[in-house]
Design a protein around this ligand. Structure first.
Ligand code: DOR
Ligand code: ZN
Length: 408
């Protein structure tokens, strides 16, 4: 049992000071004052008015192992997640050998189960030929979603078959799409609309890394017609822009103009953008400094603090912050953590300290060892992350506790 004393928890648009019990993986009593003296075996944590929030659920991570584990592996990636206040990560399938079939998913799941410090979910990629396998019972029980690449990315798994693009919407798992820009977005919307007319039920269409005003405007319109569309924005598209960024280069989609960044924030405010996904895509510094740098930025350690900064600067409300970091992803993957810090809810949470911090000041957990936000002033820092009711991270120390495969 854990008792957190005097923590600030979200309540509507306010913070309220409470004592919180975590027991058997869920929040127990939450009240203004809990007498901890009779609670013999409890770990008592003095919250000292730090913020207790639902942990970040990151639906978009490239863990890299197996295959590219010199860039990142399940240990380093999941520790980066914990340090960033995340309790669950969902891993993309563009590994060295792309994950497109059951043996591939099974292999990854075995590695993750042994090594991950956080709960995990896995995606498989759609190819022109594997739709029947993706729909099979084994696959449906093993993945949390299906990823479609309509444009070039790390790993070569672009889908072109119209039949595959239609039939992927004739199965229940969320379909995540890397559009490659507005044309790809129009293409997938075309198939999604067609599927909505053809099939009795269609899955959620999850649009990854929306990055331009044009995409935001199109999605705003389409979401009125088809509300099962979700739109993701990454921290680098929300907080960096191509006019000012001077760090290690290369990310897909490319960084946006300041005008596009403003449009993205408008989308966050009005709910067109539903959630934050880091697109944590580590590549080594050496690779990034090479002649043809691979695309991708790491993001797990900085995403939640950056969004908290934005909340402090009044760029988004407390509700939007929660919706973006855990609420909508929790709903999408049917997890019990999406409703906030409430009695009976699953206790995946993070305790966040307010102060003056600097990105990278205490190094990085990600194996690639760099961040596009290096040196940024951050007003918040996760100091404790709880996964399934266990303290898995506390003040720079990591503890490996049982984790869940969220695909089952
Ligand atoms: O920049 C990117 N890198 N964008 C992606 O969508 C994929 C990612 C990667 O896997 O490196
Ligand atoms: Zn990605």
């Amino acid at each position: 049992m854990i008792v957190l004393k005097n923590v600030l928890i979200p309540h509507g648009e306010q913070w309220v000071k409470r004592d919180v019990i975590i027991q058997k993986g869920v929040y127990g009593e939450i009240s203004e004052s809990i007498d901890e003296r009779p609670l013999k075996d409890a770990r008592i944590i003095q919250g000292e008015e730090r913020y207790l929030l639902p942990a970040f659920i990151d639906p978009h991570v490239h863990v890299r192992e197996p295959g590219f584990d010199y860039k990142e592996d399940w240990i380093t990636c999941s520790r980066a997640a914990l340090k960033g206040g995340a309790s669950s990560i969902f891993d993309m399938p563009n590994n060295k050998i792309p994950v497109v079939n059951y043996p591939g998913v099974k292999e990854k799941s075995e590695i993750a189960s042994k090594k991950s410090y956080v709960n995990f979910g896995l995606y498989a990629a759609l190819t022109d030929k594997n739709i029947d396998e993706l729909k099979s019972t084994g696959m449906q029980g093993a993945v949390c979603g299906i990823k479609i690449y309509l444009a070039r990315t790390t790993g070569n798994i672009t889908v072109t078959s119209g039949s595959a693009l239609l039939n992927v919407f004739n199965q229940p798992k969320p379909v995540l799409v890397h559009t490659g820009g507005i044309e790809g977005l129009k293409k997938v919307l075309f198939f999604y609309e067609k599927a909505s007319k053809h099939f009795y039920v269609v899955p959620v269409l999850y649009v990854c890394h929306v990055s331009t005003g044009e995409e935001v405007a199109l999605l705003r319109k389409w979401k009125k017609k088809l509300p099962s569309i979700l739109a993701e924005a990454t921290p680098h598209h929300l907080f960096l822009n191509k006019e000012e960024y001077t760090g290690l280069k290369g990310v897909l989609p490319p960084l946006s103009t300041k005008k596009d960044v403003e449009a993205l924030w408008e989308g966050v405010k009005d709910g067109t953008i539903d959630l934050l996904g880091t697109d944590h895509a580590p590549h080594t510094v050496e690779e990034k400094r090479g002649r043809v740098p691979p695309s991708g930025f790491p993001g797990l350690e900085t995403a939640f603090p950056l969004l908290l900064n934005a909340f402090k600067d009044r760029r988004l409300s407390l509700n939007s912050l929660l919706r973006m970091t855990s609420g909508n992803a929790g709903k999408l993957f049917k997890m019990g953590i999406g409703d906030g810090v409430v009695k009976g809810g699953e206790a995946d949470c993070t305790l966040v300290e307010e102060g003056e911090f600097c990105a990278g000041e205490d190094g990085y957990e990600t194996k690639c060892g760099w961040s596009p936000f290096h040196g940024w002033n951050l007003g918040f820092k996760p100091v404790l992350t709880v996964v399934n009711g266990f303290i898995s991270y506390e003040n720079g120390k990591f503890y490996r506790n049982p984790v869940k495969n969220l695909c089952r």
